[in-house]
Design a protein around this ligand. Structure first.
Ligand code: HPA
Length: 246
């Protein structure tokens, strides 16, 4: 694998497995990234971590400077990005605490700076291919790493990306299910598309932290998240630890 970047989200604002050697503040043409890049080693392999919501976990999904984040990682030499995302589950196989490597997505977000082809004089127009939003080889690295480490993981699933920061209504979730989505999060786009525009390999490790609204009755979603997030994130750390030296 080429230089690896890990973008951590809710539940993974830091990466305990990373021995940090350097904090890198990148000045990007798109403004500031969410946080300094933390460069270090995981079992001897060089990796760079970025806290998507900022070091104090205060930047909401629709205010994240996705363009700066991806540009900064690319500038620092990253060529593969593993994006960690806490999600709500619609698919019955994706109980809270389980993890998955999604195979596709549908973007329901709006009003975000979602492309580097923004019509400015310095930009170029590229219609990047997005048939497979996630890099198949990088998905395979994660799936195989989970297999080697004995961590249960689903190797597929369709991620719906909603605007947030609020959670969804029952009717909205029913619509996402009708559309063929298995899980729902708020940060998967435009992150994946911007990575593609920069030529980065990008894959997502999704952590189910709750049943989406109305999927298993009308439970207390926040209580469910508090209960399941740590077990899911410990699986994520195990998969990363097995994947990175690959
Ligand atoms: N919906 C959207 N995003 C989420 C959810 C959810 O239920 N849980 C965690 N992120």
């Amino acid at each position: 694998m080429s230089a690896v970047g890990v973008i951590g989200g809710t539940g993974m604002n830091q990466w305990p497995g990373l021995e940090i050697e350097r904090r890198i503040v990148v000045d990007t043409p798109y403004g500031a990234a969410s946080a300094p890049l933390l460069e270090g080693r995981v079992y001897g392999t060089r990796a760079i971590f970025l806290a998507r919501h900022g070091e104090g976990h205060r930047i909401p999904p629709h205010c994240i400077n996705y363009r700066a984040n991806l540009w900064a990682l690319h500038h620092a030499g990253v060529r593969s990005v593993i994006a960690i995302a806490a999600v709500g589950a619609m698919a019955p196989w994706f109980a809270p605490g389980e993890i998955a490597v999604p195979s596709d997505l549908i973007d329901y977000s709006y009003g975000r700076e979602h492309t580097y082809s923004d019509g400015t004089p310095a930009s170029e127009l590229h219609h990047v291919e997005f048939t497979e939003p996630y890099a198949p080889a990088l998905r395979r690295v994660l799936i195989d790493a989970a297999g080697r480490g004995g961590t249960s993981l689903s190797g597929e699933g369709v991620l719906a990306v909603t605007q947030g920061p609020r959670l969804e209504s029952v009717a909205e979730i029913r619509r996402l299910v009708r559309d063929g989505c298995d899980m729902v999060g708020m940060t998967g786009m435009p992150e994946a598309a911007l990575a593609r525009e920069l030529g980065l390999d990008y894959a997502c490790l999704a952590v189910s932290v709750n049943w989406a609204a109305g999927v298993q009755g009308l439970g207390d979603i926040h209580a469910e998240i508090a209960q399941s997030i740590e077990s899911g994130m410990s699986k994520v750390r195990a998969v990363l630890g097995a994947a990175l030296p690959a």
